[in-house]
Design a binder for this molecule. Sequence first.
Ligand code: UD1
Length: 424
Amino acid sequence: MVHYEIEGGHRLEGECRIQGSKNAVLPMMAAALLQRGTVILHNCPRILDVFCMIRILEHLGCRVDWDGHTLLIDAYELRGCAVPREEAKKMRSSVILLGALLGRRRRAVLCCPGGCVIGERPIDLHLAALSSMGAEICQEEEDICVETGGLHGARICLRFPSVGATENILLGAVLADGETVIRNAAREPEIMELCRLLRQMGAKIAGDGTARICVQGVRKLHGTEITVMPDRIVAGTYLLAAAGCGGSLYLPEAPVRQLACLRRLYACWGMTWREKGGSLYVQSAGDYPAVRYVETRPYPGFPTDLQSPLAAVLLKAKGESCIRETIFESRFRAAEEFRKLGADVQIAGQLCRIRGREKLRGAVLDAYELRGGAALIVAGLMAEGASVVRDEGFLERGYEHIVEDLRGAGAALTCRRSLPTAAK
Ligand code: UD1
């Protein structure tokens, strides 16, 4: 258990470097399986989800080495095609290994993927798409077994622009026979990052970043080297913390183009937002109006991963705000925790209404998932006095050094680790 101890009520002032993107690097790691050479990923975050993916790749026969923040994946010799059960349960993104393993091994076995508890999270879109590309799927109790004599191109129209399903289709399609067209594809920047890597590996892909992606299968892919983009959700978390606490923050390498949704919020709050090249400077007086209505949407809409940190900021906004969560069905656990700080929050189904309060008071809060956990830290920083966020390791799945980053910006935040009771 990790205890984040916060002395809140102070302004943030300083500079933060943003780590490499978790959601970009995980599918890139899966993509490394599609070739027999070495894929080198620079700016790879050292976070639990990456460690989990490394253990899976090693189990499958890859040799994986770190050199600082560079990850080297040698996939010359693959042994297996089964993702170890205990790792798959920890991390939902293990599902994207299906497409990659089918492409390289023609067979994949995966137990139903786990990850953050933020709703039902089915994988029907992944399975239907792979099936239309020539995969046979059978489900045995907890395990999904997928096999093919060779994937072929297909025309796939997704019911919803699922990020993971789009990635899985891409990973299957690059080595499939013929052309695959994905309609209603996800347009997230992380999809474009995956395509950038796959193209460097020799894949033929067009249209990424739009809702129609076209892939011409090739016979072989090769190793390459790439720098992972900065994490827009980590950057967004810090920018929201600065908005809520007041003060100023400088991000020397910010994914500015991908944060347009926050630029718009900063404008409606009357705060400073200055972009120069790839850097960003923001300033907040810590005094801002409510946001009448925001809903989470697939990119370029407001990201569901920043919904909880935004809700934290709105706890002290002047007036009533309303957030509708449209992507996941149970993502208001953090909002419920906010009440312990004296916040006025009402949740009804997918709607969360927040009446801003002038002051919040510190409390002991429990993290239930990754981004919700980060939001509790933001709220703790905004509250007067001491708060503690108790976390069973969710935050370290995605944030490499949230304590150091926010401390560097003047936050009074420390982290204390306690052993699980049985290990004491
Ligand atoms: C990815 C991100 C996650 C982010 C989410 C939405 C990674 C590792 N994770 O998750 O941080 O919150 O995108 O931007 O990149 N759905 C189905 N059937 C499917 C697949 C998805 O119904 O087969 C539904 C889900 O239940 C959910 C919605 O589609 O309601 C979005 O899911 P999806 O875009 O697939 O998210 P992930 O790829 O899991």
